[in-house]
Design a protein around this ligand. Structure first.
Ligand code: FE2
Ligand code: FE2
Length: 251
C-alpha cells in the first residue's frame, strides 16, 4: 500500500485526534500518519525506560518514559497511536504491578494524547500535572484521578521524591510542569531541551550551566519567562535529563 493511500485512510482519524487535542502539533500528527510508528525501547538510565518513535526523514524523535520505581510512573503518554504501541512494552516491564501515576507536563498530543487509553488499562493511576492542565483534562472529559502540583511542591514515595518545576508551556505561556526526581537526579524536560537527530537511546554529556544557557527564546518566547525558567533550572542539579525529543543529557 502506498503512502498516499495510507494517508487518506488515516487522515480522518488523525483529524479527529487533532480536533480533540486542540489542533496542536497537527503537522506532527499528520506526519505520523505517513510514517507509521516504529518504536524502540531501552533502559536509558537507572530505573528509567525510554520509548521512542522516530520520524527518520526529518530526524526527529518523540520519547515517553517509564520510571520503574516502587510506584511506577509513566512520563508522557504520547498520542493515542503512540500509546497503543508502548502499552505492550509497559505491561512487559510492569508484570503484575500496576502503573501508579502518569506525569503530564502540559496539554499537548505527545504529552497526554493517549491518556484515555492508559486510563482504560490502569484506571487507578493518578495523573500528576499543573492545576491548569488538570482543568484542561477535566474539560476534555477526563474522569480519572488527578493530583495537581505547584512549582516547588514535592511528592514523596517509598523510593522517590518528585519535585514539580513551573514551566510556561501551557496556552499563552502559562503553567505547565517539568518533573525532577531528586533521588535519582532525573529531570524530565518535555520540549524545553528539544534537539533534532536520530536520538533514540542516545545520551550526550553536557555541563548543566551550558545546557540551560543553550535554551533559546524559541522554546519560551518571552524574555522574562525564559530568564525565570533558567533561574529555576539552575537551582536544581540533575544528573540526567530525559528530554521529550532528541538527545538525553548526562550532566
Ligand atoms: Fe509540547
Ligand atoms: Fe513535545
Amino acid at each position: 500500500m502506498c503512502k498516499g493511500t495510507i494517508y487518506f485512510l488515516i487522515f480522518p482519524i488523525m483529524n479527529e485526534i487533532c480536533r480533540f487535542m486542540k489542533d496542536v502539533e497537527v503537522g506532527l500528527l499528520l506526519t505520523f500518519a505517513l510514517e507509521i510508528i516504529n518504536i524502540k525501547k531501552m533502559m536509558i538510565n537507572k530505573d528509567l525506560y525510554q520509548f521512542t518513535q522516530s520520524l527518520d526523514f526529518m530526524k526527529f524523535t518523540l520519547h515517553q518514559y517509564l520510571l520503574d520505581c516502587s510506584e511506577p510512573m509513566l512520563i508522557a503518554t504520547g498520542t493515542t497511536q503512540q500509546a497503543e504501541t508502548i502499552i505492550p512494552e509497559i505491561k512487559n516491564i510492569l508484570g503484575d504491578r500496576l502503573l501508579s501515576s502518569i506525569l503530564v507536563s502540559h496539554m499537548e498530543s505527545d504529552e497526554c494524547g493517549g491518556i484515555f487509553r492508559i486510563h482504560e488499562l490502569w484506571p487507578e493511576a493518578v495523573v500528576v500535572c499543573s492545576e491548569m492542565t488538570g482543568r484542561e483534562l477535566y474539560g476534555f472529559g477526563y474522569t480519572g484521578k488527578i493530583k495537581t502540583v505547584k512549582g516547588g511542591e514535592i511528592l514523596k514515595g517509598t523510593d522517590y521524591e518528585l519535585e514539580a518545576i513551573d514551566y510556561p508551556s501551557e496556552v499563552h505561556l502559562q503553567n505547565g510542569c517539568l518533573f525532577f526526581e531528586r533521588k535519582r537526579g532525573i529531570l524530565y524536560s518535555a520540549d524545553l531541551m528539544l534537539s533534532f537527530g536520530m536520538a533514540a537511546g542516545k545520551v550526550i554529556e553536557k555541563n548543566w550551566e551550558q545546557a540551560v544557557g543553550e535554551i533559546g527564546i524559541e522554546r519560551i518566547p518571552n524574555e522574562v519567562f525564559l530568564h525565570e525558567m533558567k533561574k529555576r533550572l539552575l537551582a536544581i542539579h540533575p544528573r540526567f535529563v530525559a528530554v521529550g525529543h532528541g538527545y538525553c543529557l548526562k550532566v
